[in-house]
Design a binder for this molecule. Structure first.
Ligand code: FES
Length: 77
C-alpha cells in the first residue's frame, strides 16, 4: 500500500507557530486513515515567516491549522 507522505516542518519558526499541534491532529485520525500516512519531520521549508508549513505531494502549504491539515489529507488520500 502506498502511503501519503506528509512532511511537517519541525524547524524553530514552525515549531513556535504550532507545528506540534499539527502532529497531534494527525494522531487523532482513526487507525485506518493514520496507517495511510507516512509522517515525516523536516527541518525547514524556507517559508519560515508563513508557518507552520507542511509539504504534501511536493506542494508547500503555509499557515497550516489542524483543521486545514486534516482536510488537505482527506483531499489527497
Ligand atoms: S522553520 Fe519551518 S519553514 Fe523554516
Amino acid at each position: 500500500m502506498e502511503q501519503l507522505v506528509v512532511e511537517i516542518c519541525a524547524g524553530t519558526s514552525c515549531y513556535l507557530l504550532g507545528s506540534q499541534d499539527l502532529i497531534d491532529a494527525l494522531e487523532t485520525l482513526p487507525p485506518d486513515k493514520r496507517s495511510k500516512i507516512d509522517l515525516r519531520g523536516i527541518t525547514c521549508l524556507k517559508a519560515c515567516g508563513h508557518g507552520p508549513n507542511v509539504r504534501i505531494k511536493g506542494v508547500v502549504l503555509s499557515n497550516m491549522t489542524p483543521d486545514r491539515l486534516l482536510q488537505a489529507i482527506e483531499d489527497n488520500l
